[in-house]
Design a protein. Structure first.
Length: 286
């Protein structure tokens, strides 16, 4: 269904051909001996040949984790948009017990190079799906992409740029940093402001959007953190645990198209209460 050969950028390495230098054996004292300057010139030429023939180092690879639960309407468009990104990448698509055809669509992608498929037998929650993806990530950078098109995959390269440039180890894509009103729900904006503000107070961070989906990490960092929460508690948990490691989280503005509960939004009052609990729990957990 998807041909990675036509969508992914590839690195091309110069084939390595070993340089064979003549075997200079000990010569008779009656024969001319090479001068010091000639030996230095030979060493320089040999080093230049080795540098030219060394393989080109490939660009950093990105692992994109896509947790999906009953997202058959939007999944294909999200995958196509991620595959179109101009960076070497690994897609890890995790079906979390879907029943609307999402599971079958994801299973059909197993034959595609560069796509890793994970199928949960039953619904375990977004946090559990993210944990499955993190364990399988091989890229230098790991980012989470929702399967519902609220977040535009074109923003991924913007989010990971500070990590690629060596400016940060963790970057969050903020829906409210540049234009808070792109989230049309006043109730949602108010709730996010309260949760993010409470999280900032507990963690000493200065975020505008703790609850954002777009969280990018250096792979070694995120794979070294034990994650416990299996639903939406992942967001406050990882934020608190990064704060305990004295890691400053960088934010960049992103676009956002909010959908309603009628359109399939899954977070509810129960998750709001869980988020408050997690903010407090992981602030004081040793």
């Amino acid at each position: 269904m998807y041909n990675l050969n036509s969508t992914q950028s590839k690195s091309h390495s110069v084939p390595f051909r070993p340089t064979v230098l003549p075997n200079v054996e000990a010569q008779s004292s009656l024969e001319p001996q090479p001068t010091q300057s000639a030996l230095q010139a030979l060493d320089s030429a040999s080093q230049w040949l080795m540098d030219v023939q060394s393989p080109v180092v490939s660009a950093p690879k990105l692992s994109v984790i896509i947790p999906a639960y009953n997202e058959a309407k939007t999944l294909h468009q999200v995958i196509e948009s991620v595959l179109a990104l101009d960076i070497e990448k690994q897609l890890i698509i995790v079906d979390d017990g879907s029943s609307d055809g999402t599971r079958e669509a994801i299973a059909a992608l197993r034959e595609n190079d560069g796509i890793t498929v994970v199928l949960h037998e039953k619904n375990q929650g977004k946090g559990a799906a993210i944990q499955s993806g993190i364990r399988l990530a091989t890229g230098d950078i790991v980012i989470v992409q929702d399967a519902d098109l609220e977040y535009d995959p074109k923003d991924i390269l913007k989010v990971i740029k500070p990590i690629l440039d060596g400016e940060s180890d963790v970057v969050y894509g903020s829906r409210y940093l540049a234009n808070s009103h792109q989230d049309q729900s006043a109730l949602h904006r108010f709730g996010n402001a309260c949760l993010t503000g409470f999280s900032n107070w507990m963690t000493n961070q200065s975020l505008t959007d703790m609850e954002t989906c777009y969280k990018a990490f250096r792979r070694e960092l995120i794979q070294g953190i034990r994650i416990e929460q299996r639903r939406f508690g992942f967001e406050p948990e990882i934020t608190a645990k990064l704060a305990k490691k004295k890691i400053v989280i960088r934010e960049v503005p992103i676009s956002y198209r909010s959908r309603s509960w009628q359109e399939g939004k899954k977070i509810g009052v129960k998750d709001l209460i869980s988020t408050l609990y997690c903010i407090v729990r992981y602030r004081f957990q040793r």
